[in-house]
Design a protein around this ligand. Structure first.
Ligand code: SF4
Length: 318
C-alpha cells in the first residue's frame, strides 16, 4: 500500500440549525427542534457561509461538504449557494443535505463533485433505533442516481451508536455495492439531552478505519475527532485516515488545540497542508473584490470576514 505522506483539514460548511426529521437520537438538531418555531430563521446567512468558504480557501482547508438538516434552505437556494462556493473555491462541491431525487441532483450538476449519504450506522437494527425517520433505501437510491450522473459518492458513519466491530464486513459490502469514493467517520460526540453518555474508545475507532483501509487502499477516508479527543489524531492517521474533520477551526484557530492538530499530523509522519495556527497576512477585502458576486452581497461578506478573522486572531490566546 502506498504510504500517505500528507494530511489536511476538511471543514463541513453548515447551512442551518434546523432539520424537519429531527429525531436521530444522537443528533444536536434533535435537541434544537422543539425550540425552533420558524425553520427559515434557523438558516445561516449567505454572507456567513461564503465568508467561511473564503477563509477555508485562504487557510488551505478543504470544504468537506455543504451540510444541513432537511427542509431548511430550498433546493434552488442551496443550488445558488453551491454555485457561489464553486466560484469562491474554484472547486466543485460535495453535498450532504439529505436524500436528493434525480430532478434535484440535476439542479446542482455544474457545481458538484459528488453527493454524500448520511448512513450513520451500518448495523440496520441499531440504525432503526437511532435514525427512526431516515430510512436507508432513499439514501441508496440517491447513491445509485449519482452513479448514473457520473458523480462521486460518499457516506458518513458515526462510531459508538451501538454497532460493534463484527459489523465491519457490512460496511465493506456497502462500500463495494455503491462503489464509494469517500467515507467520513465520526466519533460519537455525546450531546447533553441525548441518551448517549460517552464516545467510542480510540482503539475501537481505529479498528474500523484500519479494517476499511485494508480493503480499500484508494478510498478517501476522513476521520472526525473532537476538541476533547485530539490526542488520538495521530492514531487515526496511522490507521489509514487521509484527513481529519470536525474541529471548530475558526473559533479555535491558533489556540493550543489547533496547534495540537498540527503536532498530531507531525507525530504520524504527515505533512499538514494549510494552517490551523497562522492567519495569512492578506487583504481580505481584495479577496472579496475578486469575486463575481452581487455588490451588496460582497459588502456583507466583508463585514462577516472582519468578524471571523478578528475571532481567529483573538483565539490564539487560548
Ligand atoms: S436527519 Fe441528520 S440533521 Fe436531521 S436529526 Fe437526523 S442526523 Fe440530525
Amino acid at each position: 500500500m502506498e504510504k500517505r505522506t500528507k494530511t489536511w483539514f476538511e471543514r463541513a460548511i453548515f447551512l442551518s440549525w434546523y432539520c424537519s426529521k429531527g429525531d436521530c437520537t444522537f443528533c444536536y438538531m434533535s435537541i434544537q427542534k422543539p425550540f425552533i418555531k420558524d425553520p427559515k430563521k434557523a438558516v445561516r446567512r449567505k454572507e456567513s457561509i461564503l465568508a467561511e468558504a473564503i477563509i477555508s480557501k485562504v487557510c488551505g482547508w478543504r470544504i468537506e461538504f455543504l451540510s444541513g438538516g432537511y427542509e431548511s434552505y430550498s433546493i434552488p437556494e442551496i443550488a445558488e449557494i453551491t454555485g457561489q462556493l464553486h466560484k469562491i473555491t474554484g472547486l466543485k462541491q460535495w453535498l450532504n443535505i439529505g436524500t436528493l431525487s434525480k430532478h434535484e441532483i440535476e439542479q446542482f450538476l455544474p457545481d458538484i463533485e459528488g453527493v454524500c449519504g448520511a448512513v450513520e450506522c451500518i448495523n440496520l437494527d441499531v440504525r432503526k433505533k437511532v435514525c427512526p425517520s431516515k430510512p436507508l433505501e432513499p439514501i441508496e437510491d440517491m447513491l445509485e442516481t449519482a452513479e448514473k450522473f457520473g458523480l462521486k459518492k460518499a457516506i458518513t458513519i458515526i462510531m459508538g451508536l451501538g454497532e460493534s466491530e463484527d459489523d465491519i464486513p457490512l460496511l465493506v459490502d456497502f462500500i463495494k455495492k455503491h462503489n464509494l469514493d469517500r467515507i467520513t467517520f465520526y466519533a460519537l460526540n455525546p450531546h447533553k439531552g441525548t441518551p448517549f453518555k460517552k464516545g467510542p474508545a480510540t482503539d475501537y475507532y481505529t479498528k474500523w478505519i484500519r479494517g476499511i483501509r485494508k480493503e480499500f487502499p484508494d478510498l478517501q477516508i476522513i476521520a472526525g475527532s473532537w476538541v476533547d479527543r485530539l490526542s488520538e489524531i495521530h492514531e487515526l492517521l496511522e490507521a489509514g485516515a487521509d484527513a481529519i474533520t470536525k474541529f471548530p477551526s475558526i473559533k479555535l484557530f491558533g489556540s493550543r488545540f489547533a496547534k495540537q492538530i498540527e503536532e498530531e499530523a507531525r507525530k504520524a509522519g504527515r505533512k499538514f497542508e494549510g494552517t490551523m495556527t497562522e492567519l495569512p497576512d492578506i487583504d481580505w477585502d481584495k479577496e472579496v473584490d475578486k469575486l463575481d458576486l452581487d455588490i451588496g452581497l460582497k459588502g456583507k461578506i466583508k463585514v462577516k470576514l472582519k468578524q471571523y478573522t478578528k475571532k481567529m486572531s483573538d483565539s490564539g490566546t487560548r
